[in-house]
Design a binder for this molecule. Structure first.
Ligand code: ASP
Length: 418
């Protein structure tokens, strides 16, 4: 019997996962059926994420080294850098603006009684981090012993080290061509392993979604429904209209064509809630299905997975206003402007792991004097919202690669290029 394509299998897996989750959720908490289901989904989901993490660090390292080193060959390094950072900043700024405008219009949480969440606030103590401390922490985190950051999977430090090695290869020119070739082969080899891991994706995604859906408490979700609907709405507007719109304007690629190529990465991001764990799949889709050149995808995608998070940025801005409403504080324009910048900064600083946005959220709240403990209110719904914001985070990286490729290619087409 011929199996359906991997794409289709992943979608079927996701669908069955949600159904299984609903079924498990409807069973009594200690019933053997639920326990067995939870055990199996923990195991299968954990194995899939483990395999993705296994390839993550070598892939991240080799793809950036090769990406940077090959950029120079095209004399386009500068243009790629600049257009990548400009795209990341613009798309994140639009995301946060959208969140601020929509949350101001719909005012979720206004008139809701905070007493309702009093117990959540009581048992929660957020680690307080001022902006200065956050910055120091962030900057110091950039430069680390490469062996310990590789071993600990400290993604940001690996990215920085790989960028520096890539630049050194360029500066060294002919001298380091063997090393570059080795990196290139290592990258190809890891991508082959990624292909194998992907065969397990339908099962892994099914398990992760079943677990996620089964663990939700319906009563609690209902009390937060207004805010959740708003966040999902803003995230969808950004992911379905704004980002594909930017892509269409620059490259003329239709959203439909984009989603066909990007689907595996988006579903994986949704199920794992981790841009980092999804990176192998994102890179594979960007290169093999969306046909972005290796040197561009290898640079934009891993960098984006660490710093470009539109979904997280818009969530943090919207959540800050929601909390202000709950606490009964009205944020003035200047304070909202602070939220605007802090949400962008906090999303850049958030690692691509589940619920990372929650941690950097503390900084956004504190910057305008809101109680950091209030994130306790958001915690129960965070895993659910994390799914869709991670998918949009990953989508931004793929769209960024396509846009950067278009900008670079069109400048190459001109006789005088830089
Ligand atoms: N889970 C998100 C990601 O990996 C980060 C976040 O918590 O917002 O992209």
């Amino acid at each position: 019997m011929k199996l359906p394509s991997l794409n289709t299998q992943i979608l079927i897996g996701a669908f069955i996962g949600v159904l299984l989750g609903l079924l498990m959720g409807s069973l009594a908490p200690d019933s053997p059926g639920r326990e067995a289901g939870m055990y199996a989904s923990n195991l299968a989901g954990g194995l899939f994420i483990g395999l993705l993490k296994m390839v993550l660090v070598p892939l991240l390292f080799t793809s950036i080294v090769v990406g940077v080193a090959n950029l120079q060959a095209h004399k386009q390094m500068h243009r790629v850098w600049v257009s990548t950072l400009v795209f990341f900043s613009i798309s994140m700024a639009i995301a946060v603006l959208l969140a601020l405008v929509a949350t101001n219009i719909f005012q979720p949480g206004a008139g809701m009684h905070l007493d309702m969440f009093a117990h959540a606030l009581q048992d929660f103590h957020a680690e307080k981090l001022t902006v200065g401390e956050f910055f120091t922490h962030f900057l110091l985190g950039l430069f680390q012993n490469p062996f310990s950051s590789l071993a600990q999977g400290n993604v940001l430090a690996v990215v920085i080290f790989a960028l520096i090695v890539g630049i050194a290869i360029v500066v060294g020119g002919e001298r380091y061509q063997n090393f570059l070739k080795l990196m290139q082969e290592a990258f190809d080899l890891i991508m082959m392993i990624v292909g194998w891991v992907m065969r397990l994706a339908p099962l892994g995604i099914m398990a992760l979604l079943a677990k996620l859906v089964a663990a939700q408490e319906v009563g609690l979700l209902a009390s937060m429904a207004e805010f959740m609907v708003l966040v999902v709405g803003i995230t969808l507007v950004h992911g379905v209209i704004i980002l594909p719109g930017m892509l269409y304007i620059v490259t003329r690629m239709s959203p439909w064509r984009f989603w066909q190529g990007a689907r595996d990465a988006l579903v994986t991001a949704f199920a794992t809630s981790s841009s980092s764990a999804t990176l192998p799949v994102t890179l594979r889709c960007t290169e093999q299905q969306l046909h972005v050149r290796r040197e561009i995808a290898g640079f934009v995608v891993p960098l984006g997975a660490t710093i470009n998070m539109d979904g997280t940025a818009l969530y943090e801005a919207s959540a800050a206003l929601f909390i202000a409403n709950l606490v009964g504080v009205e944020l003035n324009l200047v304070q909202q402007l602070i939220v605007f910048f802090m949400a962008m900064l906090a999303s850049v600083g958030a690692p691509g792991i589940p619920s990372a946005g929650m941690v950097t959220m503390v900084m956004v709240l504190q910057s305008v004097g809101l109680p950091a403990e209030a994130i306790a209110i958001l915690l129960p719904i965070d895993r659910l919202l994390d799914t869709i914001r991670t998918a949009v985070n990953v989508q931004g990286d793929m769209i960024g690669s396509l846009i950067v490729q278009e900008i670079v290619t069109s400048s190459e087409a001109k006789p005088v290029s830089g």
